[in-house]
Design a protein around this ligand. Structure first.
Ligand code: KIV
Length: 263
């Protein structure tokens, strides 16, 4: 059994071996992924990959609590981060009320909230009240409707300077780690060098302090679309289809169940 990573060792990991973060949404996969991941993120991406919605915005607290409980049950030796869904941290008090639910109703170790300088007061309020917070800067999936799409960040000097301010504000507010998404690699490197906490990248190049991928993307299970930054480590969709097609054929031709599978 691997030893659960602590906030202290996550913070100290900067400059050492990159951190491995991966999403999981249920006990079954959490258990399979646990031995290889430093941190498991119960991302609100589950609203797209598992609930079939077009974006993450309709994700709810109840949904995140349910899935976080399942992940904690399957991987009770993992450092688990629960994503705070859209609309659940609109001010400090609402954020604290919802984050307390995560800590009281699940065994999650931390919450994650999207936003930079503009959300740093919320991160600070949570941290001041005993909630560990992972930040999330750069491309913010919860802003997809207000921004009119998923826009890569760091393309202009103004954006680069804003990303540095975002990372520094979230660090100063007390976050132990920051996800940086959809940022040009050379800019992500500069942002990573501007803070002491680890920056875990997704679509942010290799020169950050760790990587996170959505597990159903990297296993090739999610077929709707594939962002440029997703490497498929297996063709899961084809494997599932082949297996289920074989099962269906064998049921129809009465090849299954044979005596081996019969009482
Ligand atoms: O919801 C999620 O899975 C995430 C990752 C993309 C970092 O926030």
């Amino acid at each position: 059994m691997n030893k659960k990573i602590t906030i202290t060792s996550i913070k100290k990991s900067k400059g050492n071996t990159p951190l491995v973060m991966i999403t999981a949404y249920d006990a079954l996969f959490a258990k399979l992924l646990e031995p290889y991941a430093d941190m498991i993120l119960v991302g609100d991406s589950l609203n797209m990959s598992f609930a079939g919605k077009p974006d993450t915005l309709s994700s709810t607290m109840e949904q995140m609590l349910y899935h976080t409980n399942a992940v904690c049950a399957g991987a009770n030796n993992s450092f688990v981060i629960c994503d705070m869904p859209f609309g659940t941290y609109t001010d400090e008090n609402i954020a604290l009320k919802n984050a307390i639910r995560v800590f009281q109703e699940t065994n999650a170790d931390s919450v994650k909230i999207e936003g930079g300088e503009d959300k740093s007061h919320i991160v600070k309020h949570l941290v001041d009240n005993g909630i560990a917070v992972c930040g999330h800067i750069g491309l913010l999936p919860q802003s997809v409707r207000s921004e009119g799409g998923y826009k890569v960040k760091g393309k202009t000097t103004a954006e680069e300077l804003q990303l540095i301010r975002d990372a520094q504000a979230i660090e100063a507010a007390g976050a132990f780690c920051i996800v940086i998404e959809g940022v040009k690699a050379d800019v992500a490197r500069v942002v990573a060098n501007s803070v002491k906490v680890p920056l875990v990248g997704i679509g942010a190049g290799v020169d950050v302090d760790g990587q996170v991928l959505v597990f159903s993307d990297m296993l090739g299970l999610f077929e709707e679309f594939t962002p440029k930054f997703v490497k498929k480590y297996m063709d899961g969709a084809s494997l599932v289809k082949e297996a289920v097609s074989n099962y269906a054929d064998e049921v129809k031709t009465k090849k299954f169940p044979t005596e081996e599978y019969t009482y």
